[in-house]
Design a protein around this ligand. Structure first.
Ligand SMILES: [Zn+2]
Length: 81
């Protein structure tokens, strides 16, 4: 679910507000809140034939829900600017 900010925010500074799929909290890409986005398009002939799935998670749901489901944690590396 994506809502675009409206109002006086300049186009160049406009940001998206997302609703966390885990807890329904508004999370904004303009604040200090992290938005974790997962997007996948299923291939032709799969049971989800060419469906594009997209979800957004707040950092709390990423840590407390998604990572708890995994037997192998994601690869983590520091990204230098
Ligand atoms: Zn959440």
């Amino acid at each position: 679910m994506i809502k675009l900010h409206n109002g006086t925010v300049p186009v160049t500074h406009r940001a998206f507000t997302y609703v966390c799929n885990g807890c329904e909290k508004d999370i904004s890409s303009r604040t200090d809140q992290e938005v974790i986005t997962i997007v996948h398009t299923f291939g032709y002939g799969s049971p989800k034939d060419l469906e594009r799935h997209e979800l957004h998670l707040c950092e709390e749901c990423y840590d407390g829900k998604l990572l708890q489901l995994l037997k192998i944690q994601p690869n983590i590396r520091e990204v230098l600017a």
